[in-house]
Design a protein around this ligand. Sequence first.
Ligand SMILES: [Fe+2]
Length: 441
Amino acid sequence: MTRFRTALARLRIALPPLACGAFLGAPLVRWGATGDPVDGIAIAATFVLVSIGCRMSIQAPSKAGDPTTWTLMSAMQFASLMVFGPWVVIPASVAAVLLHCRLAGRPVVACFGNAAIAGTAQVVAAAAFSGLGGSFGHIQLPGDYAPFALGAMAFAVAAELLVAADSCAEQVSEGASVGLVLRNEADGLREYLPASLLETLVGMSLGMVYLLGAWATLVLLAPIASLYLAMRRGVRVAHVTEAALETFANIVDERDRYTFEHSSRVTEYAVMIGRELDFTETQMKSLYWTARLHDLGKIAVENAILNKPGPLDDAEFAVMRTHPVVSARILESFAFDERAADAVRCHHERFDGRGYLRRAAETVPLDAFVIAVADSYDAMTSDRPYRQGMPRERALDEIRANIGTQFHPECARAFLRVMDRRDDLAPGDEQVELDELRDVA
Ligand SMILES: [Fe+2]
């Protein structure tokens, strides 16, 4: 396996520069052989268009993996490809992607990787377009709808598959498990492919309208600018919503003086369990928010109950028991993350079905059971005015003793394994991971 990982790492470094060399060199060889005049204006126009596409970028928050940078690069590449043809567009856009990646400060390996993906996706799109009877630089409707649309789809699918394959190779060569990497990339494809298809279809419209009449392209500038501004606004709203929810979680943590920073600690334990259970990045983001916001409904519980310096009576306990449902309702009103909202609703459910809502285990999301273990451990080990927190070993014994009754066996065993290993971790390791996850979430 180690040799396979090393070979994969070497391939990732060697293959893209070779591909870029071929994309830049092949047109030169062809021009040399045929002696056709070089269309310098078309090359410059492609270079400028792809550069504009690279500069129009929006950093979107992402539920899967690293934050995505959305650009109009693919749209411009596909539009140019339809108008000027592959021999002009592939070298010009490979050069533009290489230059802009470097200007953005990305590592050389990543720049070659991106440029090679752009060039290969264009080869695939050009083959699909010509294979379906399309002719570069010409359009005849309605017959050309099919080659234009299918060429655009081939471009988007090829680009996304190549990005996923490159990301798989990178993670596997760095030691990640193949199964987890494949599940992560499948999540990524589901999330990004629709947006990528739409972007390439914008490029298709641009190319088609230009071929129908160059000046008509100006008509498309306003809708494209509106789309770009609407996306920027949408991304800003998503950032603000997440910041507001983090603030709510902090308010709940600070309001309950006996469980100060409770949700931060529960999140830390939940993240450890999620990693142990091989959760994908998408599942990890959802688990992060479930843990951080699980007690949000305590906002609606009055201070006298929340901060009572003694055990609660029946009436007070009845009020306290409403908080998971209130938490879920608040999250739903944000139209935030359905998975997280349902898991929050169920975080006091038990594996034997005798929890707050008495829901059967099969109907409870796994994330809720992860939170239940993390939440109980933190509650047991925290001091209360009427009792001292339990020592760590006793709390872990308590969890062990309640596997299969109160706790989901898989989640509880994962937590016990992680806590067993935890002494070996360098201090602050989990905090670093938590900070990284918070940045991405
Ligand atoms: Fe709770």
